[in-house]
Every structure is written in C-alpha cells, then in structure tokens.
Design a protein around this ligand. Structure first.
Ligand SMILES: [Zn+2]
Length: 410
C-alpha cells in the first residue's frame, strides 16, 4: 500500500484517514493505479445503477480514487458515504441535468451551492460548463468567489477565453481544465505555462498517444490527470475499459511520467484540497478522526515535491488544519515549532508561514501553511503546533493548546 506523505500523529492519536488502495483481480495487482478525476453519478444514473455497483466497477478498474460530481449532488454523497476511501466529492452547480444550459443565468444555483457547502465537504466545485464572456456573468462570478472562500478547485469545462476570465477574477484559483478544453496539445501547453495553477484532465479524448501530446506530457508531466467522464448512465460501465485504455497509452511514456499522470498528480492535488479537510473531522461526515483531545481535532500533512515524503535535506511544505470541537468556538491563531528532542536542537531553517480561517473544514477551523521547511538529518522529529482560540462567547482561551506530531525521517 502506498503511504501518502502524512505524519501519523501517534502522540495524540490524531490519525489521518489513509486512502486505501483498491486493486482488484481485473486490474491486476501490478497494474498502474489510477486517479480518475472525472466521474459523474447523476440522478438518471442513480435511478438505473446502484451505488454499490458503481463502486464495484471502480474497484474492478483498479482506481485508487475518483473525483465525482453529480447533478444533483445526492449521487456523489451516496457514493462517498459508502466509500470515503475511494470517492472525492466535487460539487456540481446543477440540480438536474438540464441546468447545464441555463445555470449561468439562474440565481437559484448560488442558493443551492451555499446550502450544499454548509452541509457537506468538497474538494472542488464543478464540473461546470462555462464559455467565453459568460464567465463574467453574476452567477458564475459568485460561484468562483465561493470556490475561493471555501478553498476549492474549479473543475471547468471551458474554452480558453473562459479559463482566462476565471484567472482574471481569481488569480489564486486552482483550475482543473476538463477535457483540456478539447484544445490541441500546443494550445494546452501554452495555457499551462501561462497559468501555474492550471491542471488539465484528459477525459473523453482519444488522441493521447499522438506525438504532439507526448511532447507536452514530457514537458509538463505534473499537470495532467486522467478521467472517464461518465456523462450518461451507460458510461459508468465503461470505467474499467477506460482504465485499460489509460494504462495502454500511459505505458508508452517513461514510468515516472505515467505514474504522475495516472495517479500521483491527482493525489498531490488532493493532498492540498481534500485529505486534511476530509480527516479534520470538524464537519459531520463519515471520516471522523479519533477524539483524544476533547477541544480540538487536527490533521497535518507534509507536501514534498514529488508527492512523496521529503528526503533528508530536501525542502518541503506542510499544512496543519485545526478545528474546534465545541460549537461556536473558533481557532484564532496557530504557530509551529519543529525540533529533534533526542538531539535537543531545532530546525536550521526558518519556514515561511501563512495562516487563515479555513471554513471548508468546518466552522471555526483554521489552516497554517509552511514553506521552506527542511529536515537536515534523519531521526525522530517533533512538530509542535500551538493553538489559540476563543470560546462560543468570544472569550479567548486562558491558555493555548499544544498539539504534537511525530515524524520519523529516514
Ligand atoms: Zn463531465
């Protein structure tokens, strides 16, 4: 089983939810795992195919995880409740399939999104269909603002013009470009170079083996993900075939590039936008962390370059998300200290820290991000997070809480 770059927080038992691998006989134990970024399980599919059967198809295909969005959201939630290890929920701005063509002028969509965001946790908003100047209409504008407020990926089925408009509105947005815009590889390369937070899915394309694509995959291997796109109920049965198709064309690439496009890029994206949120346990949900500390739940993740744990002497980042367990309470500040208790010394490098409220992990939650950290020697490292907060009356805590995470650097 692949171990994500997470610190198991043994001291307080604030364990993160580990994504389980889902290999099966069909895919073969040595088959390349896949992160499928583009699955829908919409109302007509829910009526025709049971959720268990959909999950069985995904496991048969050897998917490690799948990002799912559905019209309406119930299909996604059904799958997620049954398989939180496999399903990453994305919120589609459609209540019915027919919203696809009218949503950009329908203010009711924003109410729908806000209701869902208040109730469930998501990694992304989308997939939505948005073209040209429509991106600047009030409803899409409001949706893009919501994605920033809740720190969600935007999964955009869009032309180049609309992608440009999204980045003009939200320069810090992370956009997953559905179908790579059905653009030619050269145009996709240019957009990815121009926008460092743009990623591209290869769903519903058949030209991946073209030499033009190979050149782009080799140049920007960290920016592509695969996806089936089950836009009609029948296409859910196609998930295993699509996985075979993906493994087939990926096989022609160097193994490291194939792994990135097949699953590592998806996992790296999820490390930022989903894993900690899913494990933080602030909001109701199936993946609650254990509760050793009655006041707090927390998760911590390392972010190394290649999506693996950092090597000795290799700079890395991390994020900590801390949530209050008491209703109405709020985390107001976080600070971080790393040391080697057995050697009685700290880090040689001062990390750059930034923090902000993180409502998408739950009311009152806060996230601290650190860049430029470095473990300069192997051994046991202790990462201490000092948490200050206020109670439901707005009174600051009399003393800060301390969370301790242990990481063994090899
Ligand atoms: Zn789609």
């Amino acid at each position: 089983m692949w171990n994500p770059p997470l610190l198991r927080s043994a001291l307080l038992g604030l364990a993160l939810l580990a994504p389980l691998t889902s290999q099966s006989a069909d895919a073969g134990a040595d088959a390349l795992p896949l992160f499928d970024a583009h699955v829908h399980y919409s109302h007509d599919a829910v009526a025709q195919i049971g959720a268990e059967q959909v999950l069985a198809l995904m496991r048969q295909a050897g998917l490690r995880r799948a990002m799912v969005s559905s019209s309406d959201d119930e299909g996604t939630q059904k799958l997620y409740r049954l398989a939180p290890d496999l399903i990453v929920p994305s919120l589609r701005p459609y209540r019915l399939r027919s919203d696809v063509s009218t949503w950009v002028r329908d203010a009711g969509i924003i109410d729908y999104l806000e209701q869902r965001l208040a109730r469930h946790r998501y990694a992304a908003i989308g997939e939505f269909h948005l073209y040209g100047a429509d991106a600047d209409l009030p409803v899409p504008r409001r949706m893009i603002a919501l994605s920033q407020q809740h720190q969600l990926i935007l999964h955009a089925h869009s032309d180049i013009d609309a992608v440009e408009r999204i980045f003009r509105q939200a320069p810090n947005a992370t956009v997953l470009w559905a179908h790579s815009g059905f653009e030619r590889p050269e145009a996709v390369r240019e957009m990815l170079r121009k926008h460092p937070r743009l990623y591209a899915d290869l769903a519903y394309r058949t030209d991946q083996a073209d030499p033009e694509w190979t050149a782009v995959f080799m140049a920007l291997p960290e920016r592509f993900v695969v996806g089936t796109d089950t836009f009609t109920p029948e296409r859910l049965y196609y998930i295993p075939d699509h996985a075979r198709f993906s493994r087939q064309w990926l096989k022609a690439l160097p193994a490291a590039v194939a792994e990135r496009i097949g699953w590592r890029n998806g996992e790296t994206l999820m490390a930022s936008f989903w894993d900690a949120r899913a494990a933080a346990g602030c909001a109701p949900g199936p993946s609650q962390a254990p509760e050793p500390n009655t006041a707090l739940s927390a998760s911590l993740q390392l972010r190394a370059k290649a999506g693996e744990g950092p090597g000795v002497g290799e700079p890395f980042g991390l994020q900590v998300i801390v949530c209050p367990r008491q209703a109405g309470a709020r985390i107001t500040s976080l600070s971080l200290e790393a040391s080697m208790p057995e050697h009685q010394h700290g880090m040689n490098y001062r990390p750059r820290l930034s923090q902000s409220a993180f409502p998408s992990a739950g009311a009152g939650a806060r996230r601290l991000e650190a860049e430029g950290l470095l473990f300069h020697m192997p051994g046991k490292w202790l990462i201490e997070v000092t948490v200050q907060g206020q109670d439901s009356q707005g009174q600051p805590w009399s003393k800060p809480e301390r969370l301790r995470f242990v990481h063994t650097q090899r």
